[in-house]
Ligand binder design. Structure first.
Ligand code: GCB
Length: 838
């Protein structure tokens, strides 16, 4: 049939309405079902987008109630309520009658509400509960479990004949394989529900190739009352293969025709022909070796929690592909169906998993937990099965993390191991059965418990989440670890499923150190990991942790409640490292960019380390003069330059004299001369820090330049949230043991701000792979000192809270002096001096 005739016929069929979907966006909502508290909300919605980030600590984990009235005129049809995702225990009532429940926050699900509705007005009530539930994965993880109906909800109207609603999807399951003869074979498994009388009908299938050619199959079928299963095979000559460079997609449409030939239901999806193989020699797509390189992704976004409009989520995938990724791990749960569709059309190989993270329960809860985990995996697979991008199917992440950290008694440990092995075995079997032709995978943390218990032998591929050079060890420990693993288990394909470090764009350091949260350390770390993985062919790939910063409520770090290992910020503005990856993963696309640190160089010395991210040679000019003609090493140029006082114009040219990037840096000595001049020093820190008011804090650990320190000085630091400020890094560091600070400043009147926080050693978190669990108090005493001759007392009992005191003082002898008032030395985190009068 020609394409035009096909379209015409299809249009005629479509005159009959079928499968109407109405988005239900506007609801009334209340936490805890407080009648007085109902307010209007729009779904997607979460109730934790603010409280998961405030100073109060914790976030609401309980019940939220959604209500809505809908009008249904024609109750002779079938009606479903379809949820794309609601976290995590959802119960539905229609007209005060309970319809059903769904457990699990990350898969889609539908309720058949046909028997509960009445003509005209119907009241829908939904409760969603995100409290901790030992029976539902995840129990524990490094991300915020935002509660609510955070993906869209639809009212779906169907005819009496339609594709069965099964595990949250229409029952049309397709296998697209490339045969030995290089033909494409599509096998379609469809289940049709017919609640009318037995009748003859038709199944109309069409497959539109990427080039627009159409192949159709019309099959006469007999529809019994109830469920009807069909398996239809389709063969096409020389299919255009789906690949990461050319993600060729075929559009499959399946339509059910009734006895009169009218379309009763229609289902469409994109499918792709590709072969996949993961071996100890690497990953092969369509027979070609492909080193998998990319990122992990969490679904939340600054200002939205997990209730992120789809178009913003799709921007992530575009950025991920634009960076040059061919691989994306959806951590640690199934994500919106549009993400899978976008991966299909962009050409991204996916690792998708269910959120069985950190631990499985013991005792009575285990059986229900297992049942829920198995159902979740079934839903996850069924909902995503048709996507060509759906390649690696996972079901456990760092499942022994808690066991190692909590170190339970031997007997308990054995029970945990037994349950975990039981669950892993069951999930592996289920995954192999439900997702044949896919690759099963599990992610481990850097501990031998996975080898010792034998769990690592279960999946087809092992993913290692490795943080050498962050939570301990050294960046270059990675290679040795990988070599040892490969030697011990030469038949086990392995991938680096996570690696990363926290980086805060406000923090910079020319001599970066482990755990300093500077962007420079992030750059060093990723270059080190990239090189070590690329020296080893047996490692099939790597996915950086994480594409973006994400919400993890319990974390302190440089920004509280956020895991800052993103290559882009929580708001998706790229960090420098994003450009480094782009330059590296897309070698044929030329990229040169001056590494952005702080626009001001505050050192006493004119020397500055200029970094340029580039995958091509460049000429560098400083204030109009050529100063270097450089070829990058690892797509990076490190150049020491000598600045002049005031503004410095840095220009980078290609060898063909085309200006590639330009940046202006001001060199300011940390001096105060004029009224309004300001000096901000961060005691105890080694990082430059730009605060919320764009003030740059100068790191001071010892006497330097015009700052003189005396005493038995020690650095104190924490990475816990400091309450009352968003400038945590200033307060997270301090110097203790100070007897005196002298800062040379010219005569005049000054406003002096003294900053302090009562720092505690933070309790180690399980991810740090450390056992230090007791938070020790570092500073707790009231402190007193003189600023010039003025006695200042800081008597804060509040722990981990910002304390700031502002005084006005006159400097007569060119020096601001802070000295201890008692024999006890003092501690301070920061000093900001502003000249207010000459
Ligand atoms: C991991 C976890 C991930 C954490 C990450 C981290 O290994 O799988 O969920 O967020 O480490 O940042 O510590």
């Amino acid at each position: 049939m020609s394409r035009n005739i096909f379209i015409l016929i299809s249009c005629l069929f479509y005159l009959r309405l079928f499968s109407q979907k109405t988005v239900l966006e506007d609801w009334e909502f209340s936490l805890d079902n407080e009648p007085a508290a109902f307010c209007n909300v729009k779904i997607p919605h979460t109730w934790n987008k603010n409280d998961a980030f405030d100073d109060a600590g914790g976030y609401y984990r309980g019940i939220g109630t959604y209500k809505k009235k809908i009008i249904i005129k024609d109750i002779s049809k079938k009606y479903y309520l379809h949820f794309k995702g609601s976290n995590q225990f959802t119960t539905l009532w229609i007209n005060n009658r309970k319809v059903g429940e769904h457990r699990g926050g990350y898969t889609s699900f539908s309720f058949d509400i046909s028997d509960f509705i009445q003509k005209n007005e119907n009241e829908i009530t939904i409760t969603v509960n995100n409290s901790h539930n030992e029976k539902i994965p995840p129990l524990d993880a490094d991300f915020t479990f935002y509660g609510g109906i955070y993906r869209s909800v639809y009212l779906v109207e169907e005819n009496f004949i339609h594709f069965k609603k099964h595990l949250g999807n229409d029952y049309v399951k397709t296998d697209a394989v490339v045969t030995k003869e290089k033909k494409g074979r599509v096998t379609i498994h469809a289940v049709i529900t017919n609640s009318e009388n037995t009748q003859k009908g038709g199944l109309h299938l069409s497959l539109i190739s990427p080039e627009g050619t159409v192949k159709t199959i019309n099959k006469k079928i007999k529809l019994q009352e109830g469920e009807n299963k069909f398996i239809i095979d389709y063969e096409i000559e020389s299919p255009l293969l789906w690949s990461v460079q050319t993600p060729n997609l075929y559009k499959l449409t399946a339509e059910i025709l009734d006895k009169k030939g009218l379309v009763q239901d229609s289902y469409s999806c994109n499918i792709g022909f590709r072969t996949i193989q993961a071996t100890t020699k690497g990953f092969f797509l369509n027979g070609d070796y492909l080193k998998l390189t990319g990122v992990n992704r969490h679904q939340d976004l600054e200002g939205y929690g997990n209730a992120v409009p789809v178009h913003l989520q799709l921007d992530d995938l575009v950025k991920i592909k634009e960076m040059g990724s061919n691989f994306l791990r959806l951590a640690h749960y199934p994500q919106d169906e549009e993400i899978y569709k976008a991966a299909d059309s962009l050409g991204l190989i996916l690792w998708s998993e269910i959120p069985v993270v950190n631990k499985v329960p013991l005792g009575n809860d285990y059986e229900s937990y297992k049942e829920n985990a198995l159902l979740m995996q079934k839903e996850h697979i069924f909902q995503n099965y048709n996507h060509p991008s759906f390649v690696f199917v996972g079901y456990m992440n760092e499942i022994f993390l808690r066991t190692v950290f909590d170190s339970p008694a031997e007997e308990t440990k054995q029970q945990i191991v037994n349950n975990t092995l039981d669950l892993a075995g069951a999930l592996e079997d289920l995954t192999r059965k439900e997702a044949p032709g896919h690759i099963t995978v599990m992610a481990l943390h850097g501990n031998q418990i996975y080898n010792e218990t034998g769990i690592a032998q279960i999946p087809m591929v092992i993913g290692w989440n490795l943080y050498f050079g962050w939570y301990g060890g050294n960046i270059y420990d990675l290679g040795g670890f990988l070599d040892k693993e490969n030697k011990k288990f030469p038949n086990r394909p392995l991938i680096i499923s996570e690696y990363g470090v926290g980086a805060d764009v406000r923090l910079h350091n020319e001599n970066p150190e482990i755990f300093d949260f500077s962007e420079e350390y992030q750059l060093d770390y990723h270059i080190g990991y990239w090189n070590q993985v690329h020296e080893r062919d047996f490692v099939i790939g790597m996915s950086a942790w994480n594409f973006a910063d994400f919400g993890s409520e319990f974390r302190g770090d440089a920004m509280p409640h956020i895991n800052q290992k993103g290559l882009v910020n929580f708001n998706r503005i790229p960090k420098n490292i994003y450009y480094w990856y782009k330059a590296t993963m897309k070698p044929t696309e030329k990229l040169t960019r001056i590494y952005r640190d702080l626009p001001v160089h505050l050192s006493n010395s004119p020397k500055k380390l200029l970094k340029i991210i580039s995958n091509q040679p460049v000429i560098v000019k400083l204030n109009g003069n050529s100063i270097a003609n450089e070829s990058p090493l690892n797509n990076l140029i490190n150049l020491e330059i000598n600045l002049v006082k005031g503004q410095n114009v840095i220009e980078v040219y290609g060898r063909n004299d085309i200006l590639l990037d330009k940046e202006i840096i001001e060199w300011k000595k940390p001096l105060i001369t004029n009224k309004g001049d300001l000096l901000a020093i961060n005691l105890g820190s080694k990082n430059y820090f730009k605060d919320t008011e764009n003030v740059i804090w100068y790191p001071v650990t010892t006497s330097t330049g015009n700052i003189y320190l005396a005493g038995n000085i020690k650095q104190v630091k924490t990475s816990a949230n400091v309450k009352g400020t968003s400038n945590d890094p200033v307060y997270q560091y301090g110097l203790s043991g100070l007897n005196e600070i002298k800062i040379e400043v010219p005569k005049g009147k000054y406003e002096v701000k003294l900053l302090y926080a009562n720092l505690l050693k933070r309790k180690a978190i399980a991810y740090e792979l450390k056992t230090e669990k007791e938070p020790g108090e570092i500073i707790s005493k009231p402190i007193k000192f003189y600023v010039n001759n003025l006695l200042v007392e800081i008597d804060t009992k509040e722990k981990l809270t910002k304390f700031e005191k502002t005084i006005i003082t006159e400097v007569k002898n060119d020096q601001l002096q802070i000295s201890s008032a008692t024999s006890a030395p003092f501690t301070l985190s920061g000093i900001m001096i502003k000249k207010i009068e000459l």
